[in-house]
Ligand binder design. Structure first.
Ligand code: GLY
Length: 274
C-alpha cells in the first residue's frame, strides 16, 4: 500500500510522518503527492481514439472492494455493470468536454498522439466529475460488461483507430449487462491454484449467459483455477434487476473449492432503478 486516505488534517500529518520520517516505504518516501480526498461514486469512462477524434464506449461501473457493501481491501475489480446510471447524459457531456477532449488534444499538440483505448477512472463528486486515474487499456471487468452490449465490430473500431481514421459511431443494445467475478479463496491476498472447476457448461445453458475465463488452466484434462480472479460470469437483462437474477442463477451452477464472489454487484444501479 503506497497511498493513505486521510479524513482529517491530523491523519494527513501522521501519514506524511510515517512516509517521510519513519520511511515505511523506504526511499520511495522521499517524494510524495498530496491530492484532494474525493468523495462520491466511482464510474469508468472508456473511449477509443485515433489520436485526434474519440468515440465513447458504453458507461460502466466497477466494484473494487472484495466484500459486499464496498468493504474489505481493494482488488482489480469484483464485478461491473453497464450502463452506469450515475453518468447521466449531462455528466457524460461534461466528462467529454472537460476531461477527455483536453487530454487527447493535449497529447496530440505535444506531438505524442495516443491511439487506443483511454480509460478514465472517475469519481462523481458533489462538485462534478473528477479524475482518479487514466489507464491506456480496457478495464477488467468493465470490458466484459461493456462488450456484451456492443453491436458493432470491435475489430473494425480498433482498426479504424490504429489507421488514424476513426469510425463515426458504434451501436449498442439497450439491455443492461452485468459481470460478476468468481475469485479464489484468499484473493486479493495469498491464494491457492489448481482447484477443479465444474458447472460452466450448465451455467451457459441459461439465457444470455457467457462465462469468460480469466485465470484458468487445464491440468490432466481437467479445468482448474490458476489465479486470483478465475472466471467472469456475464448476463444481459432488460434492466439491472433481470441481469442480476440471471447472473446469480448461473453462478449457482458453478463450483470450485474456496470460490467467493460479491452478491451485490449492481447495487448502486438497483437504487436508481427503484
Ligand atoms: N477494474 C479496474 C481496472 O481495470 O483498472
Amino acid at each position: 500500500k503506497r497511498c493513505f486516505l486521510a479524513s482529517t488534517v491530523d491523519e494527513a500529518v501522521e501519514a506524511v510522518r510515517k512516509i517521510m520520517v519513519e520511511r515505511i516505504f523506504g526511499n520511495s518516501g522521499r517524494r510524495i503527492v498530496v491530492e484532494d480526498c474525493l468523495e462520491g461514486e466511482e464510474a469508468s469512462y472508456l473511449v477509443i481514439t485515433d489520436g485526434k477524434k474519440f468515440i465513447p464506449l458504453a458507461t460502466s461501473q466497477d466494484h473494487k472492494r472484495v466484500f459486499d457493501g464496498d468493504k474489505g481491501p481493494n482488488t482489480g475489480g469484483m464485478g461491473a455493470y453497464s450502463p452506469a446510471p450515475i453518468l447521466s447524459q449531462e455528466l457524460e457531456e461534461e466528462v467529454k468536454r472537460k476531461i477527455v477532449f483536453p487530454i487527447i488534444d493535449g497529447m496530440n499538440k505535444k506531438g505524442m498522439p495516443f491511439k487506443g483505448v483511454l480509460y478514465v477512472g472517475l469519481m462523481i463528486t458533489k462538485d462534478g466529475p473528477k479524475v482518479l486515474e487514466f489507464n491506456v487499456r480496457f478495464g477488467d471487468p468493465e470490458a466484459q460488461a461493456i462488450l456484451r452490449r456492443m453491436n458493432s465490430s470491435l475489430v473494425d473500431v480498433c482498426m479504424s483507430a490504429a489507421s488514424g481514421n476513426l469510425i463515426d459511431s458504434l451501436e449498442w443494445i439497450s439491455d443492461t449487462s452485468i459481470c460478476v467475478v468468481l475469485a479464489s479463496k484468499g484473493y486479493p491476498g495469498k491464494y491457492e491454484r489448481g482447484k477443479v472447476i465444474t458447472g460452466i457448461e450448465e451455467a451457459e445453458k441459461l439465457d444470455s449467459i457467457v462465462v469468460f475465463h480469466a485465470c484458468t488452466a487445464l491440468s490432466n484434462g481437467k479445468l482448474v483455477t490458476n489465479g486470483g480472479r478465475v472466471l467472469d460470469v456475464t448476463a444481459l437483462g432488460r434492466d439491472i434487476v433481470e441481469a442480476r437474477e440471471r447472473v446469480y442463477e448461473a453462478i449457482n451452477r458453478i463450483h470450485f473449492d474456496g470460490m467467493h464472489y460479491r452478491k451485490d454487484i449492481g447495487f448502486k444501479a438497483l437504487k436508481s432503478n427503484l
